[in-house]
Every structure is written in C-alpha cells, then in structure tokens.
Design a protein around this ligand. Structure first.
Ligand code: SF4
Ligand code: SF4
Length: 301
C-alpha cells in the first residue's frame, strides 16, 4: 500500500526553500560560456528516513560496498569530528534533483548523434554547481545546529569498475528513489514528475525531517516499458544501440561517449573529458514528466 501524505514540518519547508533559492539565485547555475541561461530549473526535494530498510537492501541490490546513510554519517563523526562512539539518534537523507533547463533540453532534442553544445556545457558546469549546492545545504544544516555530511564529497566515496560497468558506493539515484522522488527507467534513467533529464544530489543529517511518501508501487513503476510493455523510445534514440529490452548496456554507452563521440570535443565551445550525450533523456516521453501523467512543466514544442 502506498504511504499516506503527511504534513510537512517547518524545518522541511525551510530546507526546501533554501535549496530552491540557491538554485534560482546562484551565479554558478548559469551557462556562462554560452548566454548566461540557467543550467537547472527548479529542483525537486525529498526526505528519507536514514534507517529505512531500503538502505540495507541496497547492499544486496547494488553491492555490499554500498554505504548506508548511517555508515557514512558515523564515518564523518569519527574521521571529521573525532567521535568514535556509535550514534543512535535518527538520521535523514535529503535528496534533491536538478532538472536540466528547458532551453537545454530543447537543444538536445534536435540532436541525433551526440549532445548539443548546451547539453555538453550543462554536463561540465552543472557538476560544480551541484557540488556547490550540496556544500551549501551541508552548511545551512550546520548553521541550524545539526550535523550533516555529503557522502559523495567524503574520502570514502569511490567509483568502482565492475564487469557490467561503473558503479559508485553512494548512488544518488537510489537515494532519490528512497526519498520518494521517482523510479528507474529502461535506459537506467531516473524518472521523476519533472522528467528524466536531471542531476541528483544528497546529504545525510541528524536533523529529523518527515520522510516523503513513496507514491509508487515499485522501483520501475514510472516507466511504461515495465508496466504495460509500451514506449521503448529510448531504444531508438540511442545512437550506440546501448539500450534494449534487456536494459542499459553501460559498457556500450561508455564506449560511445569516450570513443565515437570524442570528435564532438573538437567542436567550438565543447568542453570536458567526454561530450556528454544524454540523447536517451531528451525527445522521449519521460523527458519532462512521468509518462501517462499530466505535465508539471511546459511541454516541449
Ligand atoms: S523512453 Fe520510455 S521506455 Fe525509455 S526510460 Fe523513458 S519511459 Fe521508459
Ligand atoms: S545510453 Fe549512453 S550512448 Fe545511448 S543515448 Fe543514452 S547516454 Fe547516449
């Protein structure tokens, strides 16, 4: 049975407002080398109980190496604050999802072989912005008297090369799933009410915030390929053949981005270690919404 909606606490509202204001006003959230337009639109924010059993399940689903919020938080207490005793209080994971701006999504819709210039710049200017936002959230929580840490900015954070592709020991999308923000798609994308073209971030804190209800039946509920066998648009959209009915082939995807699309980096204005692609996240039914549901953002024309 789906969780019932609970009233939001004033602390939750304060954190949400703070994140939204930073996204709206930060000069870092701008494509400064293009036209100063926004990198990301208004974020979605959700909260998960740091001891939600899902986090133990992730050790089985993702791998034993995947940290629970409590393991990350206790590592922070021990290594950064010198507190070696175990922490028994409640924890919250704050997850925030940054949707790629409409104008950038529109530009990537027109592409068929590699990313638009805006998409490429979003990849490489969007990450430092997301990191700055995450640091900002940590500092706001600390100013409020809580302890907080961003696991992906801790020394424990690692990206592992596994036989089926790369995988980190702190999956932002799995945090967002736990925090009620969306579910996974055929392309390995994360489908939220604001679509699938996005960047996910998270912070663990001992500020107690009410968990956001997970309004979905399972981890694939927002992708119609898994609910009724329809869609599959991302299969056609991928220039590398990296998406099929069996899912997303991370190795093929990486070969496309670091190999075939290397030539994109020679185009004027393109930056970074790889061009970025993201074709499977644009010009598909989940680009701006959960397919089959009303749009919560203006429809791409
Ligand atoms: S394009 Fe369709 S099949 Fe692919 S992830 Fe999006 S909703 Fe699922
Ligand atoms: S799966 Fe990889 S190569 Fe294919 S469209 Fe998506 S990002 Fe591009």
């Amino acid at each position: 049975m789906k969780d019932q909606a609970k009233p939001k606490s004033s602390s939750a509202q304060f954190i949400e407002d703070n994140i939204k204001t930073f996204v709206r006003e930060s000069p870092l959230n701008r494509l400064k080398e293009i036209d100063g337009g926004p990198i990301y639109d208004e974020p979605l924010i959700g909260f998960a109980d740091g001891d939600d059993p899902l986090f133990q399940d992730y050790k089985r689903i993702i791998g034993e190496f995947h940290f629970t919020p409590r393991e990350a938080f206790e590592t922070h207490l021990r290594d950064d604050l010198g507190i070696s005793s175990s922490f028994n209080g409640a924890l919250t994971v704050i997850s925030f999802v940054l949707p790629v701006s409409r104008i950038t999504r529109m530009s990537n819709r027109r592409e068929t072989k590699g990313p638009s210039l805006r998409w490429n710049n979003t990849r490489w200017y969007g990450q430092p912005f997301a990191e700055a936002l995450t640091r900002h959230v940590v500092s706001v929580l600390r100013e409020q008297g809580s302890r907080a840490v961003a696991p992906d900015q801790m020394p424990l954070y690692k990206v592992l090369d596994l036989p089926n592709g790369r995988c980190s020991n702190w999956s932002q999308r799995h945090m967002a799933y736990a925090a009620g923000l969306g579910t996974f798609g055929l392309s390995d994308s994360f489908i939220t009410p604001a679509g699938t073209a996005l960047w996910c971030c998270s912070v663990v804190t001992d500020m107690v915030l009410p968990a956001t209800p997970r309004g979905y039946a399972n981890h694939l509920a927002n992708c119609p390929f898994f609910t009724d066998g329809s869609c599959g648009a991302c299969i056609q959209r991928c220039p590398a053949g990296a998406i099929s009915a069996q899912g997303h082939d991370k190795i093929k995807c990486r070969e496309e981005m670091y190999g075939v699309q290397k030539a994109w980096l020679e185009k004027p204005g393109y930056i970074g270690n790889y061009a970025g692609c993201g074709l499977c996240q644009t010009k598909v039914p989940c680009e701006t919404r959960i397919p089959g549901r009303a749009l919560n953002a203006p429809s791409p024309k």
